[in-house]
Design a protein around this ligand. Structure first.
Ligand SMILES: Cc1ncc(C[n+]2csc(CCOP(=O)(O)OP(=O)(O)O)c2C)c(N)n1
Length: 375
């Protein structure tokens, strides 16, 4: 078992955001990394432009989600602005036949797995338990319960291991989630059974208002080896580094060596959700410093410097983003609300007495509102 990229365990968590494996600096300069370089040797300018386009479109989907919430069209939105490289860089490494277990913030994973416009919003609008069909996208319902998806992922990975199929599982969770027992339990089981699962910890510096240093006294990537899981700590705003780390991790899992762990060090640029006001718990200077590490601008700068990006390419991407943004919006506005009772339709595969009882109770409850309105 190798720990591919380690970090001084006594590093100061407030200043160690640069103590990460990196291939592209904030200014778009390509730098070498002994461990990562070979993993992206085949990734040419066209492929990198494709990843940039994904990030660009994702940012637009995210902006549309925020705006639709502000206009009362969706109930809640958990923005992923700033985390595009972590989400796209990891999800794009998976094969369509692999299985993803994301959390509420991984819109980019859902997008990369092939979601169509309604796949981003149905659940946030309160129309269904899931915005997409998990089997169709090979992607579980976006998890709201902190850390629970890591256990589901390991269970699924143990299942495919027993089935002997060529599949891997990946699961995404936040820095805050690593304080939840579920994540530790998932790692113990994954290590013990050498399950083909990749853990992606998105360290965006905050669990709502709690800075990561409150719950992690040492870098999170450093924990995994103690479970028997090799880990890497990478610049989560550097799509080259994230792609390389994920390729390493997925290869590790697919080749039967068991689980791998990535800590992607990034920043949540927006609020925790549309119900949150981050100005109450973080400084403007900190946000400004992270703005300068934007995952999109550094790729554009790099591609322009090597002559692989120009205003025409930029205009085409803008056009595509406008089209996708408009499609997300019109799809959301055209959604029709299903009868309240149908929310119980797909909870169980087969009908049963307990469900009938709950339906009867729920129908009476819903009717109560009609009576009240009629008064
Ligand atoms: C089991 C559980 N406890 C508490 C919550 C409330 N809650 C929602 S988000 C959140 C913080 C999560 O932070 P982190 O894991 O870092 O993910 P991020 O939101 O930063 O992506 C908490 C405590 C919850 N959803 N589930």
């Amino acid at each position: 078992m190798t720990m591919v990229h380690t970090l001084n365990p006594t590093a100061d968590l407030k200043t160690d955001v640069d103590d990460v494996a990196r291939l592209l600096t904030a200014d778009g300069e390509r730098v070498a990394d002994r461990d990562l370089d070979s993993w992206i040797a085949d990734l040419d300018a066209q492929a990198l432009r494709g990843l940039y386009r994904d990030m660009f479109l994702l940012r637009r989907i995210d902006a549309e989600g925020m705006a639709l919430q502000r206009q009362g069209q969706v109930g809640l939105w958990a923005p992923c602005n700033g985390q595009e490289a972590t989400q796209i860089g990891t999800a794009r490494v998976l094969q369509p036949s692999d299985f993803a277990f994301p959390s509420y913030r991984e819109t980019g994973v859902v997008y990369a797995r092939g979601a169509q416009p309604e796949g981003f919003l149905r659940a946030w609008r309160g129309e269904a338990h899931s915005s997409y069909d998990p089997n169709e996208l090979g992607t579980a319902v976006q998890q709201i319960i902190i850390g629970a998806q890591t256990l589901h992922a390991v269970g699924y990975a143990m299942g495919i291991q027993r089935d002997g199929v060529d599949q891997v599982v990946a699961t995404w969770f936040g820095d805050g989630a690593t304080s939840q027992g579920d994540v530790s339990e998932a790692m113990v089981f994954a290590a013990s059974y050498e399950a083909p699962v990749v853990f992606v910890c998105t360290n965006n510096q905050y669990a709502i208002s709690e800075p990561v240093g409150v719950q992690a006294k040492a870098p999170i990537a450093g924990r995994a080896p103690a479970f028997g899981i090799p880990s890497m700590r990478v610049d989560g705003n550097d799509i080259l580094a994230v792609t390389a780390a994920m390729r390493w991790a997925v290869d590790h899992a697919r080749s039967g060596k068991g689980p791998a762990f990535i800590e992607a060090v990034t920043y949540r640029m927006g609020p925790h959700t549309t119900s949150d006001d981050p100005t109450r718990y973080r400084e403007k200077d900190e946000v400004e410093a992270w703005k300068r590490r934007d995952p999109l601008t550094r790729v554009e700068a790099y591609l322009r410097a090597i002559g692989e990006f120009d205003d025409e390419v930029a205009a085409q991407m803008q056009h595509d983003a406008d089209e996708l943004g408009a499609a997300v919006r019109s799809t959301c506005l055209a959604m029709t609300t299903a009868p309240a009772l149908s929310i119980l339709d797909d909870v169980y595969a087969e009908p049963h007495a307990g469900l009938d009882e709950e339906k009867t109770w729920f129908a009476a409850y819903v009717d109560g509102f009609a009576e009240e309105a009629g008064r």
